[in-house]
Every structure is written in C-alpha cells, then in structure tokens.
Design a protein around this ligand. Structure first.
Ligand code: GTP
Ligand code: MG
Length: 137
C-alpha cells in the first residue's frame, strides 16, 4: 500500500470543485487518510515548491498557492503516487489527456486545480510538511 500527498489548489477550492474531486478520488478506490482545509503560509509554500526556487515563475507560484484556502489530502492505495498523477493529467491542461482532472477542469498551467507528489521521496517529504503523524488515520 502506498501513500501520496494530493492537494486541491486555491482555484479548485474557490470554484467549488472540492466535493467533485474527492468523489473522483474515492470512486477510484483511494482511501483518504488525512484531510484539511487551510491557507498555506509563505514559508510552507516556499518549502513545498523548493525545487522550483530558481524558476522564473516561482514568485507567481507562491503567490497563487497562498492566495486562498487549499485542501490537503493524504491518499492511500495501490500505486497511489503514479495513479493520482495519472488522474490529474499533464501539468499544462492543454496537453492533458481527455478525462483527466486538468483536461476536464483547467485551462492554464498556473492554475491547474490539483497537486500530486511525483515520487516516493516527494510523497514522504510532502506528507511530512503538511500533516503531523497523528493526523494520518
Ligand atoms: P504539481 O503537482 O503542482 O507539482 O505539478 P507538476 O508536478 O505537474 O508540475 P511541476 O512540479 O513541474 O510544477 C509545479 C507547478 O508550478 C505546476 O503545477 C504549475 O502550477 C506551476 N507551473 C509550472 N510551470 C509554470 C509556468 O510556466 N508558469 C506558471 N505560472 N506556473 C507554472
Ligand atoms: Mg510537481
């Protein structure tokens, strides 16, 4: 059984997509083992997206991800890391396969509705950033 970190970004929360996205996650068969809605601090945002610190869009990315509440989700299931990435689709919604979340719900790379850890190392790191061990059930 694998765990991954998923997040509904501020655009998804603002647009009222939370319930729909949680439904997709649960229909797929992943278990929600942690869940909370809150506004990310700049410190947490800069840490979470640390790998992109030198990229030109870093400031924009941090501003966006702290612009409103997100829903942080810990998921558990078989191959949850790559499976959830597959459900999200490509980073740029224009390249996302039909039926994926980014194809179905987003039009821009900057505001692409969801996040998912990209490797076992990222999943462990990001789950640790967003959840205390006792918050994972
Ligand atoms: P995440 O699950 O959010 O990490 O997306 P990803 O793994 O598919 O993409 P990546 O980690 O490469 O980029 C992280 C996030 O930065 C993306 O989801 C986008 O929201 C944002 N991003 C990436 N490239 C650009 C860009 O060129 N412009 C802007 N504004 N944002 C970008
Ligand atoms: Mg990423």
């Amino acid at each position: 059984m694998e765990r991954t970190f998923a997040m509904i970004k501020p655009d998804g929360v603002k647009r009222g997509l939370t319930a729909e996205l949680l439904t997709r996650i649960q229909r797929k068969g992943y278990r929600v083992v942690g869940l909370k809605q809150f506004v990310i601090s700049r410190e947490l945002a800069e840490n979470h997206y640390g790998e992109h610190k030198e990229r030109p869009f870093f400031g924009e990315l941090v501003n966006f991800i702290t612009s409103g509440p997100v829903v942080a989700i810990a998921l558990e299931g078989e191959n949850a890391i790559s499976g959830w990435r597959g459900m999200m689709g490509a980073t740029n919604p224009a390249n996302a396969a039909p039926g994926t979340i980014r194809a179905d719900y987003a039009t821009s790379t900057g505001e692409n509705v969801t996040h998912g850890s990209d490797s076992p190392e990222s999943a462990e790191r990001e789950l640790g950033l967003f959840f205390k061990p006792e918050e994972l059930l």
